[in-house]
Design a protein around this ligand. Structure first.
Ligand SMILES: Cc1cc2nc3c(=O)[nH]c(=O)nc-3n(C[C@H](O)[C@H](O)[C@H](O)COP(=O)(O)OP(=O)(O)OC[C@H]3O[C@@H](n4cnc5c(N)ncnc54)[C@H](O)[C@@H]3O)c2cc1C
Ligand SMILES: *[C@@H]1O[C@H](CO)[C@@H](O)[C@H](O)[C@H]1NC(C)=O
Ligand SMILES: *[C@@H]1O[C@H](CO)[C@@H](O)[C@H](O)[C@H]1NC(C)=O
Length: 343
């Protein structure tokens, strides 16, 4: 007798929801997966991002866990960057410098062994940055979201997954149709699940035409960065905690341009192609865990995966794997379902 598929709804079609949905279809073939989302690429937070793999430390998530997620993500994307899929997926290597006005407490950040060729900059290199006294040189990866997100959607659909464009206003509407809900709704979790510990940190970036820029330059304070990409150079940024307005603002753009020109004077007079702003779904700790909602004696199992803040690209594949593992455990514990996985 054929075993019926486990019906899984993933809420959220951003970077986190898509990668989680894709990972489930790859690892748990006994699941039928539907991504339900109000927004898809090019309208998600990831579409605004520079997509550079440099982790942001999440204060209340154990560091070894963040390192493991970063390593899993880096190794996975590095393989893609070295395959014939590199062009379609928009993933490429990028080298350069993170510089500091004064040496940070940890001269070797927790992720130094994950990126390639990490070393402390020498005097000659540092002479490029007269207002900085310390720097780190390394090679990392960058995802061009306008290619990477559609590429994931395509692979997900090839694996038999479904995409549904709509808002979920009550998670209980999914009960009955789906066996499990995976919650990757980012800031949407606030209304949907009543989680008030998630908040926006607005970020703005500029896309400029400056094809001579070949190195990443990031001020260690995290406020100013220059990331060359496939179709332009991303200049950033801003960080406005609690700001829900997701439109770019002219004053902020001027500030970004001034700060970037200070770091890299060759950018003076550069032409701006686009201004973009987005809201980083931020929480003091990422939330990746199993949960069971109960109402009138009915149960709805939920796997949460949200709160990636300013570092979603850096850890998304690792968190997708963890969420998938939790789903597998849940399925194994569900009656009448034969769980078989490739994890
Ligand atoms: C300016 C900027 C620069 C950045 N740069 C980098 C970088 O260089 N490196 C890096 O690692 N990270 C970076 N990030 C962070 C990264 O973009 C985020 O961590 C990531 O995009 C978050 O993905 P998400 O899927 O959780 O959120 P989102 O993309 O916001 O996805 C949430 C999805 O859920 C849907 N949704 C919510 N509620 C509901 C509902 N009730 N019903 C249906 N759908 C719902 C939404 O429509 C949306 O599609 C940057 C972010 C910004 C803003
Ligand atoms: C993105 O947003 C624009 C403007 O609101 C809309 O016209 C377009 O259909 C959206 N794209 C997707 C894939 O949802
Ligand atoms: C889904 O996640 C959001 C945070 O993104 C949270 O606020 C919400 O409570 C979660 N929804 C459910 C049904 O647990």
């Amino acid at each position: 007798m054929p075993v019926p598929k486990v019906k899984v709804a993933v809420i959220g079609g951003g970077l986190v929801g898509l990668s989680t949905a894709l990972c489930i279809t790859e690892c748990l073939p006994q699941c039928s997966v539907t991504v339900i989302s109000e927004k898809f690429s090019p309208n998600t937070t990831g579409d605004v991002a520079a997509g550079c793999l440099i982790p942001h430390t999440c204060p209340d998530t154990p560091l070894h866990q963040q390192k493991a997620w970063f390593k899993e993500t880096f190794d996975y994307l590095f393989k893609i960057a070295n395959s014939p899929d590199a062009g379609d997926s928009g993933i490429h290597l990028i080298s350069g410098w993170q510089i500091f006005k004064s040496a940070p407490k940890e001269t070797y950040p927790f992720w130094w062994q994950v990126v390639l060729g990490f070393r402390i900059m020498n005097e000659a290199e540092l002479s490029k940055f007269p207002s900085h006294t310390f720097g780190q040189a390394f090679t990392t990866l960058k995802c061009q979201a306008s290619q990477y997100l559609p590429w994931m959607e395509k692979r997900f659909k090839n694996n038999g997954g479904y995409l549904e464009s709509r808002k979920v206003s009550n998670v209980w509407d999914l009960h009955g149709t789906y066996d499990v809900v995976v919650n990757c709704s980012g800031l949407g979790s606030r209304d949907l699940f009543g989680d008030h510990s998630i908040y926006p940190v607005k970020g703005q970036v500029l896309e400029v035409k400056a094809p001579w820029i070949k190195h990443l330059i990031r001020d260690g304070d995290g406020n100013t960065y220059i990331y060359p990409g496939i179709s332009g150079v991303t200049l950033g940024g801003t960080r406005q905690t609690g700001d829900w307005n997701c439109f770019p603002n002219t004053q902020a753009s001027k500030g970004i341009l001034d700060r970037c020109c200070h770091l890299e004077p060759s950018l003076h007079g550069v032409s701006v192609i686009q201004e973009k702003a987005g809201l980083r779904p931020t929480r003091s700790a990422l939330r990746i865990e199993k949960d069971v909602l109960i109402k009138n004696g009915q149960q709805l199992p939920v796997i949460h995966n949200y709160g990636h803040g300013g570092g979603g690209f850096s850890i998304h594949w690792g968190t997708a794997k963890t969420a998938t593992k939790l789903l597998q455990e849940l399925i194994t514990s569900m009656p009448n379902v034969y769980a078989k996985s490739k994890l």
